[in-house]
Design a protein around this ligand. Structure first.
Ligand code: PLP
Length: 502
């Protein structure tokens, strides 16, 4: 009988699927609204009304006035306003205190401010990523004009007591900018009550479309635009409004109460996951604060001695999408900055996975996820693929007669590490590379940082490939640890005229 492969999305902190109500609202706009909201005729006026309606919907969800909402292309753009806001801080104060676990969309603008002679002070989170007023107090100086403190952390799920921190920051004459992307829809957010001065949001984390978000600016808080050009958003953010995206964002915002209604059930399922996995694999440890101190569906777990890149490939093989707690976008295998900030060693960070269950996560899905974790952690399935650490790679292995080496790039045009001599190069999403390969022959898969090769290896395993090896930590790891070996095999392959090249 034909059996569908099970798929469970456990990566909702990366993005959420577009909900039915969002899709409906967007389709309506895409099929019937063509006008530019800045135009004066009837359709333009209707489009402008739609933009204002979306503003009211989001403002109502946050319990603030609509004038405080500026639409942006997402939270990254909203966070980049740090660069235009920092110079407006009181009496030229040029120190900024921040949570070192912030998303790169916050850390990069801060880094640029530091290059412009701002002083950055990293707050010190505890083992679970928590920061409180006492921590701010300990590091506070009168030079601080801005505190940058997220509402929920995307990797550990830590939730922060922003109200208390906002009070402290204001008492000390400074402003508070908060990335609330991961808090929205997961914990009640009343911005008037919280008192933050600036906040950023993204629609695609609450079942809305990608490419749209908002910046909240409290009435009276200093503001200067980051995007300049036309006079849209009352002169505060230039660029023609993305009507269909705004319709989607508005629908997602209207559904926030529904999301919040599902959080306690979701939290219970997460607690069961934590309990069960601790039972059958007692070596596990958790980086997510216990109880209500974290997002309801996020769990960060460290599995000592296991490589998260390999685990991700194995989970993918079983239809489960999850995330590693390590940055892998740059082609370098740096351990996650958020995990090292809470005291994890680089090794522990590389053994850490993040699961983020969606609001509709079900007991059946949980049972499946637990079953697969049991197979992965207690079984011997992992032996089906050979993992070569950089130190394991030998000339004999690389120059064996039938070996095919495939180098996997995340994106076709990404300029990454130089592939091993004689490699075929393919993109992660491209299946043509293996179609003409013989499943019996030995195959070595490499990638830049060690994340994409295991994913591909498990996909090939599913297609019947048997003699599979992957290079752990990628070519970046090999370059870092064995530059001489790399130089030697390159020289050898030149001498041999790339004999083993396919
Ligand atoms: N801030 C946090 C905490 C996030 O998790 C993300 C998305 O991953 C962003 C900012 C960036 O949001 P966007 O994708 O809308 O630019």
């Amino acid at each position: 009988m034909f059996r569908l492969r099970k798929k469970v999305n456990c990566d909702h902190n990366a993005t959420t699927p577009v909900s039915r109500s969002v899709r409906k609202a967007m389709l309506k706009i895409l099929t019937s609204f063509q006008a530019n909201p800045s135009t004066p005729y009837r359709d333009g006026r209707l489009a402008a009304q739609l933009v204002e309606g979306a503003r009211q919907d989001l403002a109502a969800a946050l319990n603030v006035g609509p004038d405080t909402i500026i639409f942006t292309s997402g939270a990254t753009e909203a966070n980049n306003h740090l660069r235009s806001i920092a110079p407006l801080m009181p009496s030229g104060r040029r120190s900024i205190i921040y949570n070192p676990m912030e998303h790169p969309a916050v850390l990069e603008p801060l880094r640029l401010l530091a290059e412009d002679s701002y002083k950055l002070i990293a707050a010190e989170p505890d083992r679970y990523g928590r920061i409180g007023v006492a921590d701010l107090k300990r590091q506070w100086s009168d030079e601080i004009g801005l505190a940058v403190l997220m509402g929920a952390n995307n990797e550990t799920g830590t939730l922060y007591d922003l109200k208390a921190m906002a009070e402290f920051v204001h008492l000390n004459g400074a402003f508070l900018f908060s990335d609330l992307v991961q808090a929205l829809g997961k914990t009640p957010l009343d911005l008037t009550d919280l008192g933050v001065d600036y906040a950023s949001f993204s629609a695609h984390k609450i079942y809305g479309p990608k490419g749209v978000g908002a910046l909240y600016v409290k009435t009276g808080a200093p503001f200067a635009p980051f995007m300049v050009g036309g006079g849209q958003e009352n002169g505060r953010r230039a660029g023609t409004e993305s009507l269909h995206n705004l319709a989607g964002l508005a629908a997602a915002a209207r559904d926030i109460p529904v999301l919040l209604g599902k959080t306690s059930g979701l939290r219970q399922l997460k607690e069961t996951f934590i309990e069960k996995i601790s039972e059958f694999y007692p070596r596990v440890s958790f980086n997510t604060p216990p109880g209500s101190g974290s997002q309801p569906g996020t769990v960060s777990l460290t599995l000592p001695g296991l490589d998260n890149a390999f685990l991700l490939g194995q989970l993918d093989f079983h239809g489960i999408s999850a995330a590693a707690g390590s940055a892998c976008r740059t082609g370098e295998n740096d351990p996650s900055h958020a995990l090292t900030a809470i005291g994890l060693s680089p090794e522990a960070a590389r053994s850490t996975l993040r699961l983020s269950f969606g609001h509709d996560f079900s007991p059946r899905e949980l049972a499946y996820v637990l079953k697969i974790f049991k197979i992965i952690l207690l079984g011997d399935e992992h032996k089906r693929i050979t993992v070569l650490k950089p130190g394991d790679l030998t000339e004999d292995f690389l120059f064996q007669k039938d070996l095919t080496v495939i180098h996997i790039k995340r994106f076709p045009r990404f300029q990454g590490q130089k592939p091993l001599p004689g490699s075929r190069v393919t993109a992660l999403a491209d299946s043509s590379a293996w179609e003409e390969l013989k499943p019996a022959g030995p195959l070595l898969l490499t990638c830049d940082a060690g994340y994409d090769a295991p994913i591909m290896a498990w996909r090939l395993r599913r297609r019947g490939f048997k003699n599979l090896s992957v290079l752990a930590f990628g070519l970046w790891g090999l370059k870092m640890t064995r530059p001489d070996f790399l130089a030697r095999i390159e020289a050898l392959s030149r001498e041999e005229g790339n004999e083993h090249e396919p």
